[in-house]
Design a protein around this ligand. Structure first.
Ligand SMILES: Cc1cc2nc3c(=O)[nH]c(=O)nc-3n(C[C@H](O)[C@H](O)[C@H](O)COP(=O)(O)OP(=O)(O)OC[C@H]3O[C@@H](n4cnc5c(N)ncnc54)[C@H](O)[C@@H]3O)c2cc1C
Length: 493
């Protein structure tokens, strides 16, 4: 794996930074099959109001067994009444809504979610423009199906995704013609509607589209508040409170010194989760880059009916514009940002927690934050491939953004009880693809809390303890770029 050898500000070589100590679990008696306490807790604290946290809160309010449970959602959002915070990965102008997955389990779950997105009456999730079924071109470059290290390439991902999408169309009794193979660059250029011959092979799925992420989260937040069952608190959890002799998490200590106690703490803090719970063997925060470009009314009209376009070999994608803003982004290995933590995350007693943890750095930390110059160039070149219009070629981005994935090695989420600490549950590991599951993911979290999640999904999302010291890199075949890049180094160049 290519690693930079530059020195970090802490004086460690990047190789050392990346192989900083991870817990040694072999000497510790873990109880992986610890029987989760299925009696409903009297109080639940959910840390994080993104897709995972907010949807879990709503799902809990719908379950009769939690009718007497008090539910609190804590988020570090600095603005009262704004949940999640504006730099959460669940907040953006748009997110792709697709069941086009190489993994049939996510394809099937996404298709369940699409039923909700497609409800477009004004009172429903997909209404008032929150969901648009624009169609979606999933493309890939010409490359072998397997890389030297044995992982799949974008082309393998695209082909498997096509097979799964055809199977879903058949199951849902949609005409198979709703999915069209685009067998060369030329056909991709024609079907894109922009002339962009941005991939070597691909397909158009007319049953996929995109959502206005910010508006959808607002709709969801309003649904949760309307239940009258959930207390929202603005505040940052600095650490988890524990009772060591009982091996139990009892709540969270906030930055202002106060504590929130609960029988069950669900940590759903997105890319910040590894700063609260030691996930060093399973998840890492990676910064992803986005660019937004102002366009004219005429350009808006030309582009608003084009499909979402993604090349899974480069990771570059464009979502149709709204309000004269066009977005280009990259689904990449991303940047890691290893920094010391003020308090070590909660690990298993006796294990070594890492001194440096990759942590999000966002426009709320620094309002003038921009993306590395190299990344901006990659976005600009990608835009030119997808929309090869001379008038856009040199137009500056009106803004750029770093948005943080919580990446796992396989792209599978982590939805499970902690194997050591009772009263602690983790719901995270979105790996850059969880938004579309907003209408269904909370139910799966609650099913897992109550021990009712189907076995196939439980196995995918279970806590993974291992002694690996390798950097976590998502190798699901859908990522572009280069693994192991360090944000600080990239910012300097
Ligand atoms: C650039 C980009 C593009 C993406 N594109 C797509 C897409 O097209 N389709 C798709 O399905 N998915 C997409 N995703 C992935 C999807 O957005 C995420 O998987 C999902 O939003 C993750 O939700 P979350 O709840 O884990 O995290 P978040 O939304 O980040 O929520 C975590 C919340 O926890 C809060 N928090 C953190 N730490 C603390 C603390 N200590 N105390 C209190 N609160 C805390 C944060 O303030 C935040 O509000 C994309 C993600 C990014 C970044």
């Amino acid at each position: 794996m290519p690693l930079t050898t530059q020195l970090s500000p802490e004086g460690l070589s990047m190789t050392e930074v990346l192989s900083c100590p991870t817990p040694v679990l072999q000497d510790i008696t873990l109880d992986p099959d610890m029987d989760p306490k299925h009696d409903p807790p009297t109080s639940i604290l959910i840390i994080g109001a993104g897709v995972f946290g907010l949807s879990t809160a709503l799902a809990l309010t719908k379950r009769p067994e939690f009718a007497s449970t008090s539910i609190t959602v804590l988020d570090r959002s600095p603005e009262p009444g704004v949940f999640p915070s504006r730099d959460a990965s669940s907040i953006d102008s748009s997110r792709i809504i697709r069941a086009d997955y190489a993994d049939p389990a996510y394809a099937a779950l996404a298709s369940e979610a699409q039923v909700h997105w497609r409800q477009t009456d004004p009172a429903s999730l997909g209404g008032e423009g929150r969901y648009t079924e624009s169609g979606f071109i999933l493309g890939a470059d010409s490359e072998p199906l397997v890389r030297d290290n044995g992982s799949s390439t974008g082309l393998a991902y695209a082909r498997r995704s096509w097979v799964n999408s055809m199977a879903l169309a058949h199951k849902e009794r949609r005409p198979l013609s709703s999915i069209r193979v685009l067998k060369n660059q030329w056909s991709i250029g024609v079907v894109s509607g922009t002339g962009g011959e941005f991939a070597y092979w691909g397909y158009l799925n007319t049953a996929s589209g995109w959502a206005d992420a910010e508006a959808s989260m607002k709709w969801y937040y309003e649904r949760v508040t309307a239940t009258g069952r959930v207390t929202f608190v603005n505040g940052t959890a600095e650490s988890l409170e524990t009772n060591e002799s009982l091996r139990r998490v009892t709540g969270a200590r906030l930055k202002d010194g106060s504590t929130l106690s609960a029988d069950l703490v669900v940590v759903a803090a997105g890319a910040w989760t590894p700063t609260l719970v030691d996930l060093s063997t399973q998840a890492v925060a990676t910064g992803q880059t986005l660019g937004y470009m102002d366009i004219t009314e005429e350009e808006q009209k030309r582009l608003e009916k084009v499909p979402v376009m993604l090349n899974v070999s480069t990771g570059l994608f464009v979502i149709p514009p709204r309000n004269r803003v066009l977005k280009i982004a990259r689904h990449a290995y991303g940047y890691i940002n290893p920094k010391p933590v003020s308090k070590p995350p909660l690990g298993v007693p006796g294990s070594t927690t890492p001194e440096l943890i990759s942590q999000p750095y966002t426009h709320l930390d620094d309002a003038s934050l921009s993306i590395p110059a190299d990344a901006e160039k990659v976005l600009r070149d990608g835009l030119q491939k997808i929309i090869p219009w001379p008038e856009l070629q040199d137009r500056p981005f009106s803004r750029t953004r770093l948005c943080w994935y919580t990446d796992t090695a396989t792209g599978d989420w982590i939805i499970d009880y902690h194997p050591y600490w009772q009263g602690l549950f983790v719901a995270t590991g979105g790996s850059g693809h969880a938004f579309k599951f907003l209408p269904v993911i909370g139910d799966k979290v609650v099913d897992t809390i109550t021990g009712k999640c189907p076995e196939e999904l439980r196995r995918k999302w279970k806590w993974r303890s291992s002694n690996t010291t390798e950097i976590i890199v998502t190798e699901d075949g859908s990522r572009g770029g280069q693994p192991g890049l360090i944000l600080e180094d990239a910012m300097r160049t």
